[in-house]
Design a protein around this ligand. Sequence first.
Ligand SMILES: C[S@@+](CC[C@H](N)C(=O)[O-])C[C@H]1O[C@@H](n2cnc3c(N)ncnc32)[C@H](O)[C@@H]1O
Length: 223
Amino acid sequence: MSLDKTPEKIHTMFNMISDKYDFINNLMSFGMQMFVKRNCIRLLNPAPQDTILDLCTGTGDLARIIKSLQPDSAVTGIDFSEKMLEIAKNKGGEINYIQHDITNLPFRDNEFDIATIGFGLRNIQNTPKAISEIHRVLKPGGKFLHLDFGEKNFISKIFDKIIPILIKPFCDNIFAYNYLIKSKQEFLLPDDLIKEFQRKGFKLAKRKDYCLGVISCQILEKV
Ligand SMILES: C[S@@+](CC[C@H](N)C(=O)[O-])C[C@H]1O[C@@H](n2cnc3c(N)ncnc32)[C@H](O)[C@@H]1O
């Protein structure tokens, strides 16, 4: 049976795990996640005055990395979990945080130079709508960075076994992390995802895989 990804369910789940989200993320990735995020943003190479939208911003990692790299860029972070956003806001940085569903973006067409989404698309029930919305709000030639789990290889399968054991002592919401593993297993492989992005009007500019392909970053351009 496939996962229940109704927006209400996902919203409640992220609100419930928000206080431990960063800690568990660092634990699960053995501290690698921030390195990967920084490396992706360097690959993206935002320009000084760019307008940038970080979708499913959560606790705001990607938004803050962008802002630290390009202090003159205008960065907006959007997420529907008020609890995740509260943590992002408490970390500071001149970032404009907005609480909203990303399948119905409150922005004009062609508004942003760059859109980023890290570990977010996998949680969206209506993925095609989210991708269409990202395409709509980007300027022609605008860049779209997608980062998430990638190949379902041997290493990925080991990860799926180890993670629940590793985080159990620290996490009272084991449902959420079982969800994480299942959503990762059900999500499209990078090659199929790229095809879906192409169908929606993007072309692939760059791709970089990390941790033997377990994590994958794709940078696309709005055609
Ligand atoms: C796994 S977290 C990723 C957070 C952050 N981007 C990171 O890399 O650590 C996924 C985030 O997506 C948000 N989210 C899921 N579905 C959403 C939707 N339809 N609209 C807005 N935010 C959504 C959740 O609230 C959560 O904060």
